[in-house]
Design a protein around this ligand. Structure first.
Ligand code: ADP
Ligand code: MG
Length: 260
C-alpha cells in the first residue's frame, strides 16, 4: 500500500498519559550500501531539550530527519504522541505541521519579507485568514526580537537575523517540538550568540527541542539530555554535565577532547 493511500486522521490534543512525545525504536537507515543509522532507540519527553553531538558523518542529520520522516527509516518505528508515524497510512504532511525544523541554511524565500516568510505556511498550510496570520507572525517576530525587521527581505538581514526569522517561522506553526540542525554553523562567529540566546529562551519557556550542535557550552547549559553519536549508534547519553565531566566511553572522551 502506498503512503497516504488511506490517510489516518491525526489525533489532536495532548500526548497520551505515560507516552513520550517522540519514541524512536530500533531505527536503521541505509543509503544504498551505506549503513548510516545502526539501531537507534530514544525517547523524548515533552519539555525536554535533547542535544545531539558527534563527529561529522556520524548520522546526526539523518537521525533528525527520521524524526519528522523527511527520511524514511529503513527499519524501526517512530512514535509521535503515541502514534506510529512510520505506518504508511499516516499523512506525513499533516504530521509535519506539528513538528518544526530549522536547518543550517536558513531556507527563507528571498523575494518575500520576513513577515511574508512566516505568514506563507500559516495561510497556505493552516488556511489561516490573512489578518490572523499577520498577527501571529508579528507575535513570533517579537518573540525572536525582530519586530522592527518585519518588512525587510532576507537579503537586508544579517545571517543571525535570517536564522531568527527561520526560527520564528517554525514557532508560528505552534509545533509540538522543533528540530534544530546545526543552525549556527554557517554563521559568522559574532552572530552565533544572538541565535543561541533565542534558543535558550525557547528552552526556558518549555519548548520541546532536539538540537544538533557543535556549541558545547550551549549543550551543557541548556540541554536537559545529551546524546553522543558515532558511526550511526548512540555511544553514550545522559545529563549533559555528567557526560561532559565524566565520559565513560573512549570514543566520547576522544571527541570531547577535540571540541572542548
Ligand atoms: P552528520 O549530520 O552527523 O554529519 P549525516 O546524517 O549528514 O551525518 O550523514 C551520515 C552519513 O550518511 C554520511 O556518510 C553521509 O554522506 C551519508 N548520507 C547522508 N544523507 C545521504 C543521502 N541522502 N544519500 C546518501 N548518503 C547520505
Ligand atoms: Mg549534519
Amino acid at each position: 500500500m502506498s503512503r497516504d493511500a488511506h490517510a489516518l486522521a491525526w489525533p489532536a490534543g495532548p500526548v497520551p498519559a505515560g507516552a513520550p512525545l517522540i519514541r524512536l525504536e530500533g531505527i536503521h537507515k541505509w543509503f544504498g550500501d551505506l549503513h548510516v543509522l545502526r539501531g537507534i532507540d530514544l525517547d523524548l519527553a515533552q519539555g525536554q531539550v535533547l542535544v545531539v553531538i558527534g563527529t561529522s558523518g556520524s548520522g546526526k542529520s539523518t537521525l533528525l530527519r527520521c524524526i519528522d520522516m523527511l527520511e524514511e527509516p529503513s527499519a524501526g518505528r517512530v512514535w509521535f504522541k503515541g502514534r506510529d508515524i512510520t505506518d504508511v497510512r499516516v499523512n506525513l504532511n499533516e504530521v509535519r505541521t506539528h513538528m518544526g525544523i530549522v536547518f543550517q541554511a536558513f531556507n527563507l524565500f528571498p523575494h518575500k519579507t520576513a513577515l511574508g516568510n512566516i505568514t506563507l505556511a500559516l495561510e497556505k498550510v493552516l488556511h489561516m485568514p490573512r489578518a490572523q496570520a499577520r498577527e501571529r507572525a508579528m507575535e513570533e517576530l517579537a518573540h525572536v526580537g525582530l519586530s522592527h525587521k518585519a518588512d525587510n527581505h532576507p537579503g537586508q538581514l544579517s545571517g543571525g537575523q535570517q536564522q531568527r526569522v527561520a526560527i520564528a517561522r517554525a514557532l508560528a506553526m505552534r509545533p509540538d517540538l522543533i528540530l534544530f540542525d546545526e543552525v549556527t554553523s554557517a554563521l559568522d562567529p559574532k552572530l552565533v550568540a544572538e541565535v543561541l540566546e533565542v534558543m535558550k529562551r525557547l528552552a526556558s519557556e518549555g519548548t520541546t527541542m532536539v538540537v544538533v550542535t557543535h556549541e558545547m557550552a550551549f549543550a551543557r547549559e541548556v540541554g536537559t539530555h545529551l546524546v553522543f553519536m558515532d558511526e550511526g549508534v548512540i555511544v553514550e547519553q545522559g545529563e549533559p554535565k555528567v557526560v561532559f565531566d565524566d565520559p565513560q566511553d573512549e570514543r566520547t572522551r576522544r571527541f570531547l577532547s577535540q571540541v572542548l
